[in-house]
Design a protein around this ligand. Structure first.
Ligand code: NI
Length: 157
């Protein structure tokens, strides 16, 4: 078990485009395990590899009992729109209103090299979009319609 350091906004690594995973090596599996440990401690719902300094197309999403490990994920279909508050472990104490699709379908590879599809609405849809954005160096603050600090989040909700 290893808790990785989560990079914060301003670190240039967060702004880089990640490379696809060509082969699932023991190192990639270790990274996935460490990302789960790191996300659990940080109490987040999603984490992308660049947030822990690895420029590879890997994200994990953990919402309630749904847990996904996504290697080389791609959004293949979306429907509708939603506007909700987002936050990011790399942007502490800030929140922003972001427009996302209401429903999202993602295709990715799991740790065994098998291709799978996952879909979600609400928070799950937002999380898929948010985490996949990280793989191209995009942060939600780039898309936010409005930003809030820790003092005005109660009003924003
Ligand atoms: Ni984030």
């Amino acid at each position: 078990m290893a808790i990785l350091n989560i990079l914060k906004e301003g670190d240039p690594t967060l702004r880089k485009k990640c490379r696809p995973v060509e082969e699932i090596t023991p190192r990639i599996l270790q990274l996935l395990d460490d990302m789960h440990d790191t996300l659990a401690v940080a109490q987040g719902v999603g984490l992308a590899a660049p947030q822990v300094g690895v420029l590879r197309r890997i994200v994990i999403v953990e919402i309630d009992d749904k847990k996904y490990e996504m290697i080389n994920p791609e959004i293949i279909e979306t429907k509708g729109k939603q506007e909700e508050i987002e936050a990011c472990l790399s942007v502490p104490d800030q929140y922003g209103l972001v427009k996302r699709p209401a429903w999202v379908k993602v295709r990715a590879m799991d740790r065994y090299g098998k291709i799978f599809e996952a879909e979600g609405t609400g928070l799950m849809a937002r999380c898929f979009c948010h985490e996949l954005d990280h793989l191209d160096g995009t942060l939600y603050i780039d898309r936010a319609i409005e930003m809030y600090g820790p003092d005005d989040i109660e009003d924003a909700k």
